[in-house]
Design a protein around this ligand. Structure first.
Ligand code: BGP
Length: 458
């Protein structure tokens, strides 16, 4: 073994309720925004495939957990579906039974459940009440979070309030790839702010329980921002992109406050959110124990070529242009850049500027279109994925050598799953899923990760 990881390192993978459960209308589940949007505009989803069936985990979880065990997982992240657990606000006993059973089954197989409370799936009824624009919805979320802690907190010791909270802001309020398809930066800022208030209130609620061994955190997609050059205009563009897309969540979550420069920019442009008295203290008091880092690709940025039209509505892109760096390495099957060292840069930043907060890689992975073309002897020969994971893990290993406090690596994803507007376009799993038969088949990477988990390294 050349790359040995610390004892007890978390080897696993991540998923979310909407993306694998299916059973969208079964056992009392109410509609979330995805169910609704798909009903309205099915053509906007790749191949017209919606969230109703997905990978059928609701019925197959026992077998799937055996497959996880088979490849050496010691941890696995799920999300709970708010609209399944509390349709119309009341607790749904059938959902409680389902999640109890999933959690117990994982534990019985020595796989520690990591539980996330919100993965892009706002209940549709609450979206009608304004979704994250509404402070009342924030309080409803806190009630839901506290209910989950009470129901499952005796067995679940790793909790997360949100996955990638910037994505519903970008998708739903800036760039039109999530419901409610609004393009309005002022609302986007309010939604981002309310998400962090909801987060802090949930952390506060968690700490009122006697869970001394448990940890609570948030999962952020950190896209390190690299400037085209070291000239001041490029550096400024990159710093502002970092403020908007990383630090707007990272700073309040870990340090308990927003960066001053971000506040100054929003103020200058009349974009500050409305706040309540006591919010500042709330954020300050309720910082996290554990940070999940999702990393797929970096952001490369250059100074604006043209000044934005001063009469056009405010957008984050007023401050930077994306930079397509010549020669960058691409995942040609998905169109995202591959920059393995980015994962190390994130971890070093956490060490140097965020008190070396305990973290883990909560998503990293390689999406590939039309992956069937790589089938040989009945299995997908995904050497490209093995290489991708290995090259990222080498940088995680390097960060550990330099005392970064990183405790595990979760691939996105355990099995191929439905991914929002992209539906089943990009496949990410250790296991492939045949959408007609729902049969799971290991890919070459599944055998490889099994050996990595067994040796705690490679
Ligand atoms: C992350 C999300 C996941 C997942 C993944 C892959 O940002 O947390 O939910 O969907 O991206 O995305 P895609 O299928 O679009 O390549």
């Amino acid at each position: 073994v050349n790359y040995q990881f610390p004892q007890g390192f978390w080897w696993g993978s991540a998923t979310s309720a909407t993306q694998i459960e299916g059973a969208a209308n079964e056992d009392g589940k109410a509609k979330n925004i995805w169910d609704h949007w798909y009903e309205q505009e099915p053509h906007r989803f790749f191949d017209n495939v919606g969230p109703s069936k997905t990978s059928d985990f609701y019925h197959t979880y026992k077998d799937d957990i055996q497959l996880m065990k088979e490849i050496g997982h010691n941890t696995f992240r799920i999300s709970l579906s708010w609209s399944r657990l509390m349709p119309q606000g009341e607790l749904n006993q059938q959902a409680v039974t389902f999640y109890n059973s999933v959690i117990d089954e994982l534990i019985a197989n020595d796989i520690e459940p990591f539980v996330n409370l919100f993965h892009f799936d706002m209940p549709f009824d609450l979206q009608k009440q304004g979704g994250w624009e509404s402070r009342e919805v924030v309080d409803k979320y806190v009630d839901y979070a506290a209910t989950c802690f009470r129901l499952f907190g005796d067995r679940v010791t790793k909790w997360f309030t949100f996955n990638e909270p910037i994505v519903p802001v970008e998708g739903g309020y800036l760039y039109d790839f999530h419901y409610p398809n609004i393009v309005d930066a002022k609302k986007a800022v309010q939604v981002a702010y309310h998400t962090m208030i909801a987060h802090a209130k949930a952390v506060q609620a968690f700490r009122q329980f006697d869970f001394t061994q448990s940890k609570i955190g948030i999962i952020l997609n950190l896209t390190p921002s690299y400037p085209r050059s070291n000239n001041p205009a490029d550096l400024r563009a990159s710093r502002i992109a970092d403020l908007f897309f990383n630090r707007s969540f990272l700073d309040p979550a870990v340090l308990g406050e927003y960066p001053e420069e971000l506040i100054a920019i929003l103020k200058e442009h009349g974009q500050l959110p409305s706040t309540f008295e006591g919010d500042k203290e709330l954020l300050k008091r309720n910082t996290i124990d554990l940070l999940g880092v999702n990393y797929y690709q970096p952001r490369r940025v250059k100074a604006k070529e043209h000044l934005p039209n001063p009469y056009a509505p405010f957008m984050p892109d007023w401050f930077f242009d994306n930079y397509e760096m010549p020669g960058r390495k691409m995942n040609k099957y998905r169109g995202w850049e591959i920059y393995e060292k980015g994962i190390y840069d994130i971890l070093i930043n956490l060490k140097e500027n965020y008190g070396n907060i305990a973290s883990f890689i909560s998503e990293n992975g390689m999406g590939v279109q039309d992956e069937e073309r790589f089938i040989e002897n009945g299995e997908i020969q995904d050497d490209y994925r093995i290489e991708f994971i290995r090259d990222h893990l080498k940088w995680v290993h390097q960060a550990i050598q330099e005392d970064c406090n990183v405790k595990g690596y979760h691939l996105w994803a355990f099995m191929d799953n439905w991914s929002w507007m992209n539906a089943y376009k990009n496949r990410y799993g250790f296991y492939s899923v045949n959408l007609k038969t729902m049969k799971r088949t290991p890919k070459k990477s599944a055998h490889w990760i099994k050996s990595v988990a067994e040796h705690n390294g490679f």
